[in-house]
Design a protein around this ligand. Structure first.
Ligand SMILES: *[C@@H]1O[C@H](CO)[C@@H](O)[C@H](O)[C@H]1NC(C)=O
Ligand SMILES: *[C@@H]1O[C@H](CO)[C@@H](O)[C@H](O)[C@H]1NC(C)=O
Length: 461
C-alpha cells in the first residue's frame, strides 16, 4: 500500500471515531478507583498522614460530581475516619484511569486539626456550578459521620469563584430554618450570566422534607414547606448491592429548566428519593415566600410507576430539554423529555435508558454539563453503609455520555417514533424497530454544535 493512502485511511478512521461520539444508550467509564488516593505535596507527607491516621485508605467515598471546563469536581464527605480532603477535583483529560484527587481550593482548607483561622471544608455532599462560573455547595459541617458523628459547624452555603479559586460566600443556614431531623445533601442554583448577583439557591432537606430558598442578593433564606416534598411510605424499601434497607427520604432530586422564552421563568423539577412521582414548580413561585406557601402553585407531573423505581439525583440538558436522573434501585439512569408535546410523565415517557449492575451500582450523583454531556459518579454506598467495601475491586466510577447519544431511539429522543400498541408477533416487531430506527435517523434534528465541546475526556479501552 502506498504511504499516502495509508495516511488517508488513518485519518478516515480517526474522523469516524470523533464523529461517532459516545455509544448510543450507554455511558463510558472515564475514571475508576478501588480506593481513592489524594495528591499530597510529597510521598513523605502522604506517609505521615497515613501514620497519623489522617488518611485511612479505603475510607473515602466519592458522593458528588460536577464539571467545569477541564475540572471534574468530586466531593468526599467525611463519612468514615481518615478522609483527608472532602472537596477535590481531577483533570478531565488526566492520563491515569485512577487519578489522585486534588484538594480544592487547597490542602489548608481540608485540615481539620489545624488551629489556624480560615476556611475548613468538612462534609459537602453534592455541588452545583452556576452560569457565572461559581461552585456552590452546602457543607453539612459533620465529621466522621459513620462513627463519632461530630458536628463542627452548622450547615453552611459555600461558594467559590472558579476563575480565581477564591471563596466568595460563606453563609450559615440558621438552625431555625431547619427541622430537628435534617440532612442536606444537594443544591441547585438559579442565575443568569448577565445578573450574577441575583442568584437563588434551592436546597432540599431530604430528612426535614423542606426546601430552603436562599437569595444571594438579599442574603436572605427561608424555609418552604409542601406536601409534595414528602416521601411515599410505600416506596421506602430498597434492595441494593445485596442489602435490604428502608429509607424514608423526602425531597432530594432537583433540576432546573432553561428560562422560558414566553414567561421568562424557569421550572424546578423535583422529587423525593423514596417516591415514584415527579413534580414541578416555577421559580417565580419559589422566589416569593408567600407564593411558595400556596399548595396550588405546584404541579404533579406524574409517576414513573413500577416497583423500585425511585429516582435520585437529576439534571436537565438545556439543549434537548431532557431530564436525566439516577435510578439507584435499578443500577440505572432514566430520562424524560420535558419538551415533548404530550407533557406526559408516565411509565411510557419516563424510561430507563442505561443499566449496568456493575458500573452503576449506586449512581450517587448525575450532572449534565454545558456541553450536554451526562456525568455520573457511582460508589456502592449501600455496601459501604451496611458492611465494608472490598478494596481489591473497583468501587468508584465516573462515567459520561453525550446526552443526544444516551437518549437515541428512546422515548426521550425528539425523533422517537412510538411503536404501535397492537402486537403483531416477534417477526413484525423486529421489522418495525428496524424501520423506526431508520426513520429516526432520517429525521434527526440539528445536533448541538460539536465546537461547543472543548475538551473530550481521554478514553480507555
Ligand atoms: C409575593 O406575592 C404576593 C402575593 O401575590 C404579593 O402580594 C407580594 O407583593 C409578593 N412579594 C414580592 C416581594 O414580590
Ligand atoms: C441486575 O440485577 C437485578 C437485581 O439483582 C437482576 O434482576 C437483573 O437480572 C440483573 N441484570 C443483569 C443484566 O444482570
Amino acid at each position: 500500500m502506498q504511504p499516502i493512502l495509508l495516511t488517508l485511511l488513518v485519518v478516515a478512521t480517526l474522523w469516524q471515531g470523533c464523529s461517532l461520539g459516545t455509544p448510543r444508550n450507554e455511558l463510558v467509564e472515564v475514571f475508576s478507583w478501588k480506593t481513592l488516593d489524594f495528591a499530597y505535596p510529597s510521598e513523605q507527607s502522604r506517609q505521615q498522614a497515613i501514620a497519623a491516621g489522617d488518611f485511612i485508605p479505603g475510607n473515602s467515598v466519592p458522593m458528588g460530581v460536577e464539571v467545569w471546563q477541564d475540572k471534574v469536581f468530586i466531593s468526599v464527605p467525611r463519612l468514615g475516619k481518615g478522609v483527608p480532603s472532602s472537596l477535590n477535583y481531577v483533570k478531565m483529560n488526566d492520563m491515569y484511569k485512577a487519578p489522585k484527587l486534588i484538594p480544592y481550593p487547597n490542602w489548608a482548607s481540608q485540615n481539620m486539626k489545624s488551629k489556624e483561622p480560615g476556611l475548613k471544608i468538612v462534609s459537602p455532599f453534592r455541588m452545583s456550578v452556576d452560569a457565572c462560573d461559581r461552585l456552590w455547595m452546602v457543607d453539612l459541617g459533620i465529621l466522621d459521620i459513620k462513627t463519632s458523628f461530630t458536628k463542627l459547624f452548622q450547615p453552611r452555603i459555600l461558594v467559590f469563584d472558579l476563575k480565581t479559586d477564591q471563596l466568595v460566600l460563606e453563609r450559615e443556614i440558621e438552625a431555625k430554618l431547619l427541622p430537628c431531623r435534617t440532612w442536606i445533601a444537594n443544591i441547585i442554583v438559579d442565575v443568569e450570566r448577565d445578573n450574577c448577583q441575583d442568584a437563588w439557591a434551592y436546597i432540599p432537606d431530604l430528612w426535614g422534607k423542606v426546601l430552603i430558598v436562599y437569595s444571594m442578593q438579599k442574603n436572605d433564606a427561608y424555609q418552604v414547606n409542601h406536601q409534595y416534598f414528602n416521601s411515599d411510605p410505600l416506596a421506602g424499601n430498597y434492595f441494593i448491592g445485596g442489602f435490604n434497607f428502608r429509607w424514608d427520604d423526602g425531597i432530594f432530586g432537583v433540576a432546573l429548566s432553561p428560562r422560558s422564552v414566553e414567561t421568562g421563568e424557569k421550572t424546578l423539577f423535583f422529587h423525593a428519593l423514596s417516591a415514584y412521582t415527579e413534580y414541578a414548580v416555577s421559580t417565580r413561585v419559589l422566589k416569593n415566600a408567600t407564593l411558595a406557601a400556596d399548595f396550588y402553585g405546584y404541579k404533579l407531573l406524574g409517576s414513573r410507576g413500577g416497583e423500585f423505581n425511585q429516582a435520585g439525583a437529576q439534571s436537565m440538558d438545556p439543549q434537548t430539554g431532557v431530564l436525566f436522573y439516577t435510578l439507584p434501585h435499578k443500577n440505572a439512569i432514566g430520562c424524560w423529555n420535558a419538551c415533548d408535546k404530550s407533557q406526559e410523565y408516565s411509565p411510557r415517557t419516563a424510561v430507563q435508558v442505561v443499566q449496568n449492575n456493575v458500573t452503576l451500582l449506586y449512581p450517587s450523583d448525575l450532572k449534565v454539563d454545558r456541553a450536554s454531556r451526562v456525568w455520573v459518579v457511582s460508589n456502592k454506598l449501600p455496601v459501604f453503609n451496611n458492611d465494608a467495601l472490598n478494596n481489591n475491586e473497583v468501587n468508584f466510577r465516573i462515567l459520561y455520555g453525550e446526552a443526544n447519544k444516551v437518549i437515541e431511539d428512546t422515548p426521550c429522543d425528539p425523533n422517537f417514533v412510538a411503536p404501535p400498541v397492537f402486537d403483531k408477533g416477534p417477526q413484525h416487531q423486529h421489522q418495525h424497530q428496524h424501520h423506526q430506527r431508520r426513520r429516526a435517523h432520517q429525521r434527526r434534528a440539528p445536533q448541538p454544535a460539536t465546537s461547543a465541546i472543548k475538551t473530550v475526556p481521554r478514553l480507555w479501552p
